[in-house]
Design a protein around this ligand. Sequence first.
Ligand SMILES: C[C@@](CO)(OP(=O)(O)O)[C@H](O)COP(=O)(O)OP(=O)(O)OC[C@H]1O[C@@H](n2ccc(N)nc2=O)[C@H](O)[C@@H]1O
Ligand SMILES: Nc1ncnc2c1ncn2[C@@H]1O[C@H](COP(=O)(O)OP(=O)(O)O)[C@@H](O)[C@H]1O
Length: 475
Amino acid sequence: MCALRRQRRQVNPGTPMSLVIERADPSQVAALCAIERKAVQLFRGHPAWAGYSAMAIPPELLQQAIGRGLVWVALDGAGEPVGFVWLDTLAGGDVIGIAEMDVLPEHGRQGIGAALLEHACAWACMAGYRRVDLGTLADVRWNAPFYAKHGFARVDKDDPAFAYARQRDRENGFPDHLRVFMSRTLSAPVSGEWTAWPAPAKLNLFLRITGRRPDGYHELQTVFRLLDWGDEIRLRVREDSDIRCLHGAPGVPAQLDLVVRAAESLRRHAGSTAGVDIEVDKRIPMGGGLGGGSSDAATVLVALNLLWQLDLGDDVLAELGRQLGADVPVFVHGRSAWAEGIGDRLSPVSLPPRHYVVLDPLEPVPTAGLFQAPELTRNAPRATISSFASGETTENAFTPVVRARHPRVAAALDWLGGFGRARLSGSGGCVFLELRSLSRAQDVAAQCPATFRAWVATGVEVSPLRDALARHRAG
Ligand SMILES: C[C@@](CO)(OP(=O)(O)O)[C@H](O)COP(=O)(O)OP(=O)(O)OC[C@H]1O[C@@H](n2ccc(N)nc2=O)[C@H](O)[C@@H]1O
Ligand SMILES: Nc1ncnc2c1ncn2[C@@H]1O[C@H](COP(=O)(O)OP(=O)(O)O)[C@@H](O)[C@H]1O
């Protein structure tokens, strides 16, 4: 059973220390790294000490996991972090791993670790994972015996599933003879329980406007690159026919939120009377050109098609999505794609593995206003896939208009341009830099001035939404 209902919850309200568990925030990275360094002191004198003490958490990896919603923090009554749990998706498929879990030694034996563990497992269950794996020490009371008490069973460490983790242990100098691997099976959420779904962001790797249609919409050419990073949508099928948005995009009235409009449109099309509760964890900047609203809508269409057992095809869902926004179809189909028409005629493209520094100038840019701009070039010659593939075509038709109208976006382009060819995504205001090296991307993002916000995302061929759909379907 999935015990987790909201992302923030009170734990042990009757105990002297009232504990809250919530998703970690990037500003907590240093505090969480410090908790790990204090927790590791408990291993002094153990054969693992040498390896453990030499191996601190890389802050940039923790930061990346926090940005993906894979880290939860336990806060004491004063709001100070006292422990955390970090999940990783390296195993793939329906298996998720516990990368790290630490509690401050002075807060030990108060049930904080157990609460963090249950919270993480409850989320994994909502997200469609069926197994949680971890590596730990056999002979330490708060390691293997603790996990055994919480439903984890030792598994054969020679299983190829653990080859990567063992190799990592060897490289880190951890004592292989004392390390054990453990798994816990999760049950699938049943109807009426919350489920969690990703709504990834996109980048436009180039964008040309080649004409205008009689209805005012513009003919364009673009390449949508889907990212491994984005919003989270939670859905719970209701017994009545209400569609309720309990927590939507900030500042957007529920009835206008694209998640509600998507649910209504799907239900109307299918002639269904099903109901749903919806929560949106907004991470994608609104009006940022990263397609957040469109992706949220696509996720609702794809997920509710399964949860309401409508069995509609992707083309039908994409057409329903197109009526909500030109960018919705690419998120429904869930593949990075070359796009034409109004952005809805899609051909999947295979793009090389790349990482992106994405910079939010903290200035939303309204899409409709830009498409109306008299100075916008609307008659560009048609690009070809080969001109894009050769690296010749990288421009975005909106760039000169946005530069002139939005000085903060211009400043963001100039700052990021100091490291390479910075580009605008969609109609902006977010800008990005494409890099081969993850560590270089993390290095650039770390230098971002306080006036902007920067993070690193990785391009994917197949959307995390399709992976989630496969997990939930199997469940
Ligand atoms: C510019 C792009 C590039 O990917 O992305 P964003 O910057 O919004 O992320 C898209 O074309 C935006 O798609 P999306 O945001 O879904 O657009 P819609 O809601 O359908 O339309 C918003 C407004 O933009 C105009 N519009 C949109 C798409 C298009 N091909 N021609 C247009 O003229 C329409 O006037 C509409 O009023
Ligand atoms: N779930 C949602 N998330 C984001 N924006 C939404 C949502 N529902 C409605 N909107 C509206 O759509 C506008 C643009 O959305 P967004 O997709 O974030 O930007 P962009 O089109 O630049 O990629 C927002 O300013 C907001 O008014």
